[in-house]
Design a protein around this ligand. Structure first.
Ligand SMILES: Cc1cc2nc3c(=O)[nH]c(=O)nc-3n(C[C@H](O)[C@H](O)[C@H](O)COP(=O)(O)OP(=O)(O)OC[C@H]3O[C@@H](n4cnc5c(N)ncnc54)[C@H](O)[C@@H]3O)c2cc1C
Length: 336
């Protein structure tokens, strides 16, 4: 552990972390950004971003991330490829343990570690993510005008994605591994009443066909009348294997917030691990000096622009908090 105590350390280098870095760096706080396993965040899983303000023709996702990184660097942000593996937030300055076995200390800590979309584990999904395979209908639905698309999942978010996709797609097929949806009654009803949505019950995705130039062209599916089709297939059961032509596949089986390193701290999280902010406040958490921004604290919007906005708020809040404690320290020194 070095003796150095940072003013601000930011965990995460997606749009939330990078925007926090721009604001903190411009406030002369020389933030250190811990980039984690996915430098640039989830946007690096896609190609074109058409809904980020300021780019009338859309922007290449990688370029957006790289430019943001450079922008923060220009004002003094520093980067380290490490992840936070553990955090001691009981005493200030806070102590963070990194994946590189190093330990760093910081007065303010901004958590911007995102929420990773769960993947199905189908063959070819690594290759096709961002090329017709997506985890975000709001982001990529408009690329599928006139296509037949698959939505994988059976919960509320799958119903939301399917309903949204009917605006663009010719037909939406919800692929669900069971015979009953997990979704709430109201979402079930809406999706089942929609003539553009069809359900494939007791069915699972095995493989995605296509390539990065052509995009998704189809999928291999397995179904089994008694449910658990993949399992039955693996066990050599009598299942129905079939290919299906489609122009897009959307995974909608939930997200996992990257907050494992906060488990032993007093930072409040909901049952799924999303960080909770103080009521009526913007980015402050239950632990004074710890701020949060982006998808890790937002299970609803999960967009680049909302993540950036929340990252901005976390840096401004951190800066104001640091100013406050500095003023208190000066007052205490005078009183001595
Ligand atoms: C395929 C796809 C397409 C999308 N398209 C669009 C689009 O067109 N428009 C749009 O607005 N949004 C889009 N999104 C959503 C958008 O990418 C996210 O809303 C946004 O990236 C969230 O930013 P974030 O900074 O909160 O988190 P993320 O982008 O998830 O970044 C999290 C960061 O935290 C780091 N990290 C994780 N754990 C640790 C740790 N322990 N220590 C340190 N760092 C850690 C990761 O390495 C990563 O850098 C898309 C998402 C996907 C998956």
């Amino acid at each position: 552990m070095t003796d150095q105590v940072r003013d601000v350390v930011i965990a995460g280098s997606g749009m939330a972390g990078l925007t926090a870095a721009i604001y903190a760096a411009r406030a002369d706080l020389e933030p250190l950004v811990l980039e984690g396993d996915e430098p640039g965040g989830q946007l690096t899983l896609t190609t074109d971003v058409e809904n980020y303000p300021g780019f009338s023709e859309g922007v290449d996702a990688f370029e957006l991330v790289e430019e943001s990184k450079e922008q923060a660097g220009r004002f003094g942000a520093e980067y380290d490829t490490a992840s936070v593996v553990d955090a001691d937030l009981d005493e200030r300055p806070f102590t963070l343990e990194l994946s590189t076995d190093e330990t760093i200390r910081t007065r303010a800590f901004i958590v911007a570690t995102g929420a990773s979309a769960r993947w199905v584990g189908a063959e070819n999904e690594d290759e096709m993510m961002g090329h017709g395979l997506s985890t975000c209908a709001t982001c990529d639905g408009a690329f599928h005008r006139g296509d037949e698309v698959l939505v994988i999942g059976g919960g509320d978010s799958a119903m939301e994605e399917a309903l949204f996709l009917t605006k663009f797609a010719e037909r939406v097929y919800v692929v669900h591994r069971r015979e009953e949806l997990r979704a709430s009654e109201i979402m079930k009803e809406r999706a089942m009443d929609d003539d553009d949505i069809e359900f494939m019950w007791n069915t699972e995705l095995l493989e995605i066909y296509g390539d990065q130039d052509e995009g998704v062209t189809g999928a291999r599916l397995v179904s089994n009348d008694d449910g658990h089709p993949k399992e039955a297939h693996e066990e050599g059961g009598n299942v129905d294997l079939f290919d299906f032509d489609c122009g897009g596949v959307f995974y909608a089986i939930g997200h996992t917030p990257n907050t494992g390193f906060l488990e032993d701290t007093d930072v409040r999280m909901d049952d799924d691990g999303y960080v909770q902010t103080l009521e009526g406040r913007t980015s402050e958490t239950d632990v004074e000096g710890v701020f949060v921004g982006g998808d890790v604290a937002d299970r609803h919007y999960q967009q680049a622009v909302t993540a950036a906005g929340m990252g901005c708020m976390s840096a401004i809040d951190a800066e104001e908090w640091l100013d406050g404690i500095e003023a208190e320290e000066k007052k205490a020194q005078k009183a001595d």
